[in-house]
Design a protein around this ligand. Structure first.
Ligand code: SF4
Length: 482
């Protein structure tokens, strides 16, 4: 039998089924142990330091106890600490991105995804480079600067060369004041050699959802195709890091398996990356199974309600305080509003989840990967964020300054975000407002910028940011960032 070892490179040792089961039993046994729960909550709190603050984070066992506890008072405290951590390390900024679907050809048989090979009703489409260009221009016209490209797995239709060509095309397009400054990549598990090619193409984060950490369910949910290989899929992030990619993004598809099992597995995966590579995941995404062509979410018995979903998000925030957290337009405005307070740091906006969807005037549904719940435009999402006290950020400075991997984590831990990320967020927001916003959003935005500039502690930084924003307003644009 495999032994639990977070520093091992073998999936069955770092995502160890026995350890997860023991964790769930430990959490169940201690879910009313208030002495232990108080200790865990105390450990999770941000601790002030000379330059800002730091956090201890939680182990998968400790976080699982909090998740199991049903006391409403404890839940309330978890939410308060989640918000404190979010504000301490990410401030009130929310990074904006959009997915870009390149191809829905896929040779896998994933039971929860409409792109699965046996689905004969969905039209198949792969963007040509001309179509990629049209999509990117449409995204730039909305104001996007950061994309996550998505593609099914098909070595013949979507080989790595195709993905690399698309990345080149995306980065090459400069339309009006638009530019895509960071391309994150969500493609199937691949080889170290291919990850190096992606790194050399200048990608930001490599994202790969585990879907489920429960091996038996994984094998059933992925009955055919290369994705059936649980170990190859689970060990992908190690290969990505060996290939030179510093920033990796984890996620599970909540609703496929028992959520407590997934939660523990997800945190063990983060602990494993920290133990082997010295840096945890750059981001964690929290998607839930959604309705789509040939997919009925009710067929999966692991579905979770909104309250449980909120608690999972908050407990992840406590466990991995320095990791960005992403929520997509799979979730409604109401759910997204609540989660913003519990630790989410990135949202998508104005998304279309079909291949070639942005260049179409009306939202096409034929090739959608999932039903978009939040169907607002990017302008509406930006206004909504600001009205709820968040700064929509189009910043990609860390990536462009080489602050990736542990260098980004050092910035996050240094407590210097108010002197670095905050002014960058305000300057990129100003660019968005001038170039793309409606008059109403522009008015809200420049009011907010005036107030938020005052929160920058260093006088010199504040003055430079204010001057840059004036210049942006007066069409005197420079590519400046802290
Ligand atoms: S989840 Fe990915 S691999 Fe599976 S069918 Fe959908 S596109 Fe293909």
């Amino acid at each position: 039998m495999a032994i639990y070892n977070p520093a091992s490179l073998h999936a069955e040792e770092f995502i160890n089924d026995e350890e997860i089961r023991e964790t769930l039993a430990y959490a169940e046994k201690n879910k009313n142990n208030m002495t232990l729960i108080n200790e865990i909550l105390e450990k999770a709190r941000p601790i002030p330091t000379a330059t800002g603050c730091r956090c201890n984070g939680l182990t998968h066992r400790e976080a699982s106890v909090l998740l199991a506890c049903e006391d409403p008072e404890v839940t309330k405290r978890i939410y308060e600490i989640a918000e404190e951590i979010k504000l301490a390390f990410y401030g009130n900024r929310i990074v904006i991105f959009a997915p870009l679907y390149l191809s829905n050809y896929c040779v896998n048989g994933c039971l929860y995804c409409p792109y699965h090979m046996k689905n004969k009703t969905i039209p198949r489409k792969k963007l040509t480079q001309e179509e990629v260009k049209a999509e990117v221009i449409a995204l730039q016209d909305m104001g996007h600067k950061r994309l996550a490209i998505e593609s099914g797995e098909d070595p013949v239709m979507n080989p790595i060369e195709y993905i690399l060509e698309c990345i080149d095309t995306i980065y090459s397009i400069k339309h009006k004041n638009g530019a895509i400054r960071r391309v994150n990549v969500n493609i199937a598990a691949t080889t170290v050699e291919n990850y190096t090619k992606l790194k050399d193409a200048g990608i930001g984060t490599y994202i790969l959802f585990q879907e489920t950490y429960h091996k038996e369910s994984y094998l059933q949910l992925h009955p055919t195709g290369p994705k059936h290989d649980y170990d190859y899929h689970t060990e992908a992030m190690d290969r990505a890091m060996q290939g030179g990619i510093d920033d990796v993004g984890l996620g599970v598809l909540f609703g496929l398996e028992m959520y407590k099992y997934e939660f523990a597995g997800l945190l063990m995966h983060a602990e494993h990356l920290e133990a082997v590579h010295g840096v945890g995941p750059h981001t964690i995404s929290v998607p839930r199974v959604k309705r789509a062509d040939d997919i009925d979410p009710d067929e999966f018995d692991g579905g979770i309600d909104d309250e449980t979903f909120e608690k999972i998000t908050a407990c992840i925030r406590l466990a991995v305080p320095y990791t960005g957290m992403i929520i997509s337009t799979r979730e409604s405005e109401a759910v997204r509003s609540k989660l913003l307070r519990l630790g989410i740091s990135q949202v998508s906006g104005g998304s279309r989840t079909s291949v070639g969807g942005y260049a179409e005037k009306d939202r096409p549904h034929d090739t959608e990967q999932f039903d978009v719940s939040d169907q607002r435009t990017l302008d509406e999402v930006v206004a909504w964020l600001m009205q709820s006290g968040h700064i929509p950020s189009f910043c990609t400075a860390c990536y462009r300054e080489g602050r990736t991997g542990d260098r980004f984590m050092s910035l996050c831990k240094s407590g210097q975000i108010l002197n670095c990320c905050h002014p960058n967020a305000l300057m990129t927001l100003a660019e968005y407002l001038v170039d793309y916003a409606s008059p109403e959003t522009k008015a809200i935005g420049f009011d907010m910028i005036a107030k938020e500039l005052k929160r920058i502690p260093k006088e010199k930084v504040r003055a430079v940011a204010a001057q840059n924003i004036e210049d942006i307003k007066n069409s005197n644009r420079r590519d400046f960032r802290f």
